[in-house]
Write a protein that binds this ligand. Structure first.
Ligand code: 6R9
Length: 637
């Protein structure tokens, strides 16, 4: 089988898809042949979903950074790899060519080595969206260290939990960062976290904001000083560590329906093949095109589709430090114009928020460079889809609505730009190699079209998670135990008469707030830590901009009569424990929660109340105290 990285017609898609289902191993082998390997595999795939045990390209040797950097030097050495747009448009932007990025990655990889890092060590990264973040990520991969990037919006406590879970040895951070008009004191937050992190031996601090920080002797070093040492030593090259295909590449923490966030583990070979292939194919990336993904590298979208995917394909990727609405709500459009962006990949929440500023903001902006648009993170509502299509894409750019997850590593269900006919609100069809199925409440696969169910995948793909760090059993129970021999995504989905897929949202207790995954249990645990709180229940409710908002029902008898202050205290507690991204939008104080006689909170009822739909709350007769429901209904916000 000879399959190219890019499909060129819908007919070809159907044919390749069919082949990929009938002969998955040959299919992926032929895709993998488009990458650079030190040694090819002995076996393409070995798997079972029971344990689960998933091994792709066993016996193969590679380093992903050779694919992202070294192999492009000859042809693309002086072509831009990263175009960096600072938070403040007055500050100079930066361009890093492939050669420059390569040089910087090698140098920083040597800094890591000088500071005691070696293959297999876990390294936490907590940085603003500056090129050095991408450099740090790639430098870890260069030496075979496992990176664990933590998004800059998480609190000291969340960082400490993540560092301790993975027993990280080193952390890379910056003095501070900028997002809009808000400076973020990254190093101070790290200092708070490190009080609880005995495994950290070294902190490498990049200078970004020039805010005062405390540098602890013997533990903290400046990025720039360490680079200086490398230069003095003349230690500029760093040969890539040769990795096994199934060696760990990174850990990325994500929320689930229970407990603390889990560390999703991705491995070198499969992840490289999967992100590279899906990037090239779904976006139909053409050499020279400028690609702008508005995500943060702290999330999977940034890992796969700012860093690894585009770089393995020799693309030019734009990295933006700031936020869409600062200093003006036209900021994204200014960036599109400035860099003549050809592919813009963003999230429905950003689109809705920009829509809300009205179309005047768009006047005089030049969108003519745009050829393809993408959406990710949550279901895109039709209104946002059409606005994106008409106002930004000028009706001439295909919209690639990519459904996927931290756990899937890359796109799963998505149009191929300009090839798959699209439908607003639909992620359309599975990409080659992806075998989705819908499962009914009894766990049976529903065949045919015009059906809905829980979305599962029945065959492995190279980019899938291999385990959850330090707790394989949790990986098994979360994803592989709900339905036998299937990977369960946690999403509900419908397949229409044409066989097109539309994701309807999470069916578990995970919220999607502005495209960020937040576990309701996590927020409840944080709220319950507040000293006056007895218990709480958190549900989502429809929010015009965020998609979902966080609604908390809180039993808090001891508020000293000041509801507003108690609300602020609770919000402060959640910000401290998790981070500002998980702050409840609404807090309703209640005298009790609706519970069954066995003590289970009836979330279904709370969800309805939060949605403002109290007409039909269903059967409440099994409740311990049905009267509580009336009280909650009355007090709904
Ligand atoms: C990539 C990413 C995963 C969850 C996923 C689903 C939702 C993502 C979507 C989408 C509808 C899309 N989701 N993309 N829902 N249409 N195009 O977002 O990963 O942060 O792990 O979130 O996001 O509910 O299960 P992650």
């Amino acid at each position: 089988m000879k399959t190219s990285m890019k499909i060129s017609s819908f007919e070809e898609y159907k044919q390749v898809y069919q082949q990929s289902v009938e002969h998955p191993e040959q299919f992926w082998e032929s895709i993998a042949n488009n990458f650079l390997w030190r040694k090819k595999w002995d076996k393409v795939l070995d798997w079972n979903f029971k344990d689960p045990s998933i091994k792709w390209f066993q016996g193969a040797k590679l380093n992903i950074t050779e694919n992202c950097l070294d192999r492009h030097l000859e042809a693309l050495g002086d072509k831009p790899a990263i175009l960096w747009e600072p938070n403040d448009p007055q500050e100079h932007h930066r361009v890093l060519t492939y050669q420059q990025l390569y040089d910087k990655v090698c140098q920083f990889a040597n800094v890591l080595k000088n500071n005691g890092a070696k293959k297999g060590d876990r390294i936490c990264i907590y940085m603003p969206m500056v090129p050095e973040l991408a450099i740090a990520v790639l430098a870890c991969a260069r030496i075979g260290a496992v990176h664990s990037v933590v998004f800059g919006g998480f609190s000291a406590q969340s960082i400490a939990d993540r560092i301790n879970d993975a027993a990280c040895k080193l952390i890379i951070t910056a003095d501070g960062g900028f997002r809009g008009n808000k400076p973020i004191p990254l190093k101070n937050i790290i200092d708070d976290a490190l009080v609880q992190c005995p495994t950290i031996e070294r902190v490498i601090v990049l200078t970004r904001s020039r805010t005062p920080v405390s540098m602890i002797k013997g533990r903290d070093v400046w990025w720039e000083d360490e680079i200086q040492k490398i230069e003095t030593q003349g230690n500029l090259e760093c040969p890539p560590e040769v990795m096994d295909a199934e060696d760990m590449l990174f850990i990325l923490y994500t929320s689930g329906s229970t407990g603390k966030p889990k560390g999703v583990v991705h491995t070198c070979g499969g992840y490289m093949v999967y992100t590279g292939y899906t990037f090239a194919n779904a976006f139909q990336y053409e050499p020279g095109e400028v690609y702008f993904c508005t995500a943060d590298i702290g999330w999977i979208t940034g890992h796969s589709y700012i860093a690894y995917g585009p770089l393995s394909q020799g693309a030019t990727t734009v990295m933006f430090e700031g936020i869409p609405s600062w200093p003006t709500p036209g900021r994204f459009w200014d960036i599109v114009e400035k860099y003549e962006v050809n592919i813009l990949y963003t999230a429905p929440t950003a689109i809705r928020s920009l829509m809300s500023f009205g179309d005047d903001v768009l006047k005089g902006k030049n969108f003519s460079s745009l050829r393809k648009l993408g959406s990710v993170g949550e279901p895109i509502n039709e209104e946002a889809w059409h606005w994106f299509d008409e106002k930004i894409g000028m009706g001439k750019c295909p919209i690639v609505d990519t459904w996927w997850q931290t756990e899937t590593g890359g796109f799963m269900i998505s149009p191929i730009a300009g090839i798959t006919p699209t439908k607003p609100g639909y992620a359309t069809l599975p990409l080659p190699g992806v075998q989705p199925v819908l499962v009914d409440e009894n766990g049976n696969i529903v065949e045919g079209n015009g059906v809905s169910g829980n979305l599962c995948i029945r065959f492995p793909w190279p980019g899938m998670l291999r385990t959850t760090y330090g707790d394989h059993e949790r990986c098994r129970t979360t994803y592989f135990a709900t339905y036998e021999n299937l990977y369960f995504t946690g999403d509900g989905c419908l397949r229409d008469e044409d066989g097109y897929y539309r994701i309807t949202g999470r069916v578990d207790d995970v919220l999607n707030v502005s495209g960020h995954r937040i576990g309701t249990a996590e927020v409840e645990n944080a709220i319950n830590m507040h000293s006056s709180v007895v218990e709480s229940a958190v549900v989502g409710y429809p929010h015009d901009i965020k998609g979902q908002g966080v609604y908390a029902f809180v039993v808090c008898p001891n508020k000293h009569g000041d509801d507003e202050l108690a609300r602020k205290d609770i919000i402060m507690t959640v910000s401290r424990i998790i981070g500002a991204i998980a702050k409840p939008d609404k807090i309703q104080f209640v005298s009790g929660l609706p519970k069954t006689r066995s003590g289970k909170i009836m979330r279904r009822i709370l969800r309805k109340i939060a949605e403002g739909d109290t007409s039909n709350l269903g059967d409440t007769s099994t409740l311990l105290d049905p009267a509580v429901v009336d009280e909650i209904k009355e007090g709904a916000l």
